[in-house]
Each structure stands twice: as structure tokens, then as C-alpha cells.
Design a protein around this ligand. Structure first.
Ligand code: NAD
Length: 335
């Protein structure tokens, strides 16, 4: 049988270290992948003079599945976010951000199991915006919501709920104020929900959702929402389970999928062997599930869970005193 080839983008800052950790663990679990390495972000800009070289785009398209480290988008005019560009270019319309409690973290809650399904290509991230006064003191941006886009993401969320035997989908919106965009999203979501009578549907305004997530997170199961709200809510959810080091994200389209940590390139700790690789390991677990390799996914999840619960060689953000390489070895020892 030919081996499955995965495109790997190590990325910037802590990216290469945490990606190395994830690949070692995938190999130790016997996943038997081939890897094709590609560059993007600041490291690509310095080497090739562009943030997203054509070869990288070609490899993402060719292999269909990509595991990616965080990328640094240089600050300043003329640089659009590489992540947003990738999501649009490959029409990765669904961003799945699961958070799950692991025993042994310093999180405030113990039984969290929430997936945020964020629309990934429209909303306030449409890229449409400009300064509209000559003195540069007035700017505007456009939020874009289409019936087709809303229908696609809400259907995705309900199908996911069904597949994972989840009980409830909460539609998060701000239709009381953003009547045209969020209003359309809510209308379409209500229509779609009628096709899923087996799943409980709730509707919630985004600000109330933030409060309720902090006070009663057990009320949530699957959340579906537009781009900006999903970005913010999923970071809030990461905070419920111990922080960004625990939060993976899958960007799924019809022809390609890209798996990554939710956090950034953490330049403050880059190259110091301090990064917690859990989020990118969890992203690789999402990748295995996407590829139908549930047994390997479960084995790695169990190993990570045991390392964190037993506090064996954990990183400082998890209360430990060890580095990325020790943590990785501790997971591999359990596989
Ligand atoms: P960040 O997520 O990189 O860091 C925020 C804080 O969390 C820092 O103190 C950092 O040390 C800590 N942290 C992050 N990941 C960690 C880990 N795995 N283990 C331990 N600590 C961790 O956010 P930032 O500083 O706002 O952004 C830095 C750069 O990352 C920016 O250039 C930004 O554009 C980019 N970024 C990229 C992505 C992505 O590629 N998906 C996402 C967000 C930010």
C-alpha cells in the first residue's frame, strides 16, 4: 500500500519545535506517513522573499492534508494574514476548534467538552475594508454573510453533532444589532436546524454566550457561529481548559484540510525549548480522525492525557519544570 503523504509547514517561532514533537509522536504511534516539508511565514519571507511561496501552495493542493505550525505575519501595511489567505485560497470554510478537559492542568473546570464550529472565510474577515477619509481618521470594513456560506457551515455543525453523537447545537449570533449579516446567519441556521429534530437547538447572543461560557460551560456542546465571534469564543473556550497550549484547530474544505495549533508563534519563548506542544499534537489527532485513523488518534490522546494527569515531564504552562523535548519523550514512552 502506498503511504499517505502529508504536507508539513513547520512555520515560525516555536513552530519547528512543536511540529517536530508532533511528527515524532505520529511516527512512534506507527502512523507510517510520508512528509513533504514546505515553508511559509516570516521564515519563507526571509529565505524566498515571499510569505507564501508557490511550492507551498502546490504541496497543500497536491497532498490535500497539511499539518502546520504557527506563522508570523509581519506587522505593517501590505502584509495580509497568511492564515486568512490560506483559508480563502483553499476554501477551508469550516474551522473546528474542540476543547476538552485534561486532568492535571490548572484549568478552572474539569468536564469541558465543547466544539466551536467557526465559519472561516466570510464575516468580518472578508478582507473588504479601507480608510475613507483623507486624513486617515475614518475607516470602514465590510462583513460578508451569504445564504450559501451560512447554510454550509451550519449544516457542517449539525452533521458533526450527529456523527459524534452530540446532543445540542447552540447558534451564536448578534442578530438584534447586526440585523443584515447576523440576522441572515440566524435565519438560515433556524431553517437548517429543522432538518435535525434529533439534536437540541439553542440560540444565543454572542455577549451572553461569553458570560454563560464562563459561568456554566456545561450547558454547551457544539457552538456554530460566524468568523469573528468564533475566533473570540474559541479562545475563551481554550481558557476553560488550561489555555492556548491546549487548543487545536482544523480548517476543513471540500478538497483540502489544514490542521494547526490555535496559538501563535510565541516569539517570546521561541528557541528556548519551553513551548507546550500539546495543541499541535491535538491538531495531529484531529488530522488522524479526519483520515479515519481513530485507533491511532485514541492511542495518542490517551498518552498525552496520562502525561498531563501524572505531571510527568510537563512544561511550565502546565505547572511543570520540563521542556518541549522532555514532554515529547514522556508521550512517546507511553505509546
Ligand atoms: P501567541 O499565541 O504566539 O502567544 C501568546 C502568549 O502565549 C505568549 O506569552 C506565548 O509565549 C504563549 N504561548 C503560545 N503558545 C504557547 C505554547 N505552545 N506553549 C507555551 N506558551 C505558549 O500570540 P501573539 O504573541 O499575539 O502572536 C505572535 C505571532 O503569532 C504574531 O505574529 C501573530 O500574527 C502570529 N499568530 C499566528 C497564528 C497562526 O499561525 N495560527 C495564530 C495567532 C497568532
Amino acid at each position: 500500500m502506498t503511504k499517505r503523504t502529508i504536507t508539513v509547514i513547520p512555520g515560525d517561532g516555536i513552530g519547528p519545535d512543536i511540529i517536530d514533537s508532533a511528527l515524532k509522536i505520529l511516527d512512534k504511534a506507527g502512523c507510517d506517513f510520508e512528509y513533504e516539508f514546505a515553508e511559509a511565514g516570516l521564515s519563507a519571507l526571509e529565505k524566498h522573499g515571499e510569505l507564501l511561496p508557490q511550492r507551498t501552495l502546490d504541496l497543500i493542493e497536491k497532498n490535500g492534508v497539511t499539518l502546520k505550525g504557527p506563522l508570523t505575519t509581519p506587522i505593517g501595511k501590505g502584509f495580509t494574514s497568511i492564515n486568512v489567505t490560506l483559508r480563502k485560497k483553499f476554501n477551508l470554510y469550516a474551522n473546528l476548534r474542540p476543547v476538552i478537559s485534561f486532568k492535571g492542568t490548572k484549568a478552572r473546570y474539569e468536564n469541558i467538552d465543547i466544539i466551536t464550529v467557526r465559519e472561516n472565510t466570510q464575516g468580518m474577515y472578508s478582507g473588504l475594508g479601507q480608510t475613507v477619509s483623507e486624513d486617515g481618521c475614518t475607516a470602514e470594513a465590510m462583513s460578508l454573510v451569504t445564504r450559501e456560506g451560512a447554510e454550509r457551515i451550519v449544516t457542517f455543525a449539525y452533521e458533526l453533532a450527529r456523527k459524534e453523537n452530540r446532543k445540542k447545537v447552540t447558534i451564536v449570533h448578534k442578530a438584534n444589532i447586526l440585523k443584515s449579516t447576523s440576522g441572515l446567519f440566524l435565519d438560515v441556521a433556524r431553517e437548517v436546524s429543522k432538518n435535525y429534530p434529533d439534536i437540541e437547538t439553542a440560540e444565543m447572543i454572542v455577549d451572553a454566550t461569553c458570560m454563560k461560557l464562563v459561568m456554566n460551560p456545561e450547558e454547551f456542546d457544539v457552538i456554530v457561529t460566524t468568523n469573528l465571534f468564533g475566533d473570540i469564543i474559541s479562545d475563551l473556550c481554550a481558557g476553560l481548559v488550561g489555555g492556548l497550549g491546549m487548543a487545536p484547530g482544523a480548517n476543513i474544505g471540500d478538497d483540502a484540510a489544514l490542521f494547526e495549533a490555535v496559538h501563535g508563534s510565541a516569539p517570546d519563548i521561541a528557541g528556548k525549548n519551553l513551548a507546550n506542544p500539546t495543541s499541535v499534537i491535538l491538531a495531529s489527532i484531529q488530522m488522524l480522525e479526519y483520515l479515519g485513523m481513530q485507533d491511532k488518534a485514541e492511542a495518542i490522546r490517551k498518552a498525552v492525557s496520562a502525561v498531563i494527569e501524572e505531571g510527568d515531564r510537563t512544561t511550565s504552562d502546565l505547572g511543570g519544570t520540563h521542556g518541549t523535548t522532555d514532554f515529547t519523550q514522556a508521550v512517546m514512552d507511553r505509546l
